[in-house]
Design a protein around this ligand. Sequence first.
Ligand SMILES: *[C@@H]1O[C@H](CO)[C@@H](O)[C@H](O)[C@H]1NC(C)=O
Length: 206
Amino acid sequence: MEGSSLRHWKVIPILLITLQFTTNMVLSLADAPFDKQRNIEYIKSSCSSTTYPRLCYRSLSIYANKIKTSPRLLVDTALNVTLKASKSTSRLMVKISTIHGLRPRVAAAMADCIEVIGDSVDELQQSIEELGHISRSNFALTMSDIQTWVSAALTDEDTCMDGFAGKSMNGNVKTMVRKRIVKIAHLTSNALALVNNYASTQSNLP
Ligand SMILES: *[C@@H]1O[C@H](CO)[C@@H](O)[C@H](O)[C@H]1NC(C)=O
């Protein structure tokens, strides 16, 4: 009789441990989709303040699990995505510019574009580097630098398109260049909106 009640008492801690283990497992299984949903919602709501929210969401949601709900990682990723697209556009334009038989005015516009998009790649690179060194003590100054760099990149993209203004420039080259430049200009504009958002929120201090 006494022996059997002792056995009962020994079983209780095992039951408790098992219960706790099961509870933890259920909670962590429930956490994963919850986190994922929260990360996606964070990107969606951040993108809603940009000029091209659908492009913003499309280009950033694939990094949701890396960004989580960090405004700094959001800006970093937006700049990275923009830089990558700008570099690939730059490479394409260099390729197009070597096509023989381009009309002289088109060839000149291409040469100008290659130069200003090169500048814009440098400016985006500079922004990413500065963001890497951001701290509580240099936050305002660094963010203001980044705003300047990203705005300059946007101006360079506009300058490239201005070179192709006018019907006389119409043709395959203009169509191809415009499509790419518009895309990177929209990505840059979105990145700038996210940068401005980050800069203006005091609670974002690293
Ligand atoms: C941005 O790109 C750099 C270089 O490719 C990489 O090391 C870094 O992790 C990227 N940052 C984010 C937030 O994805």
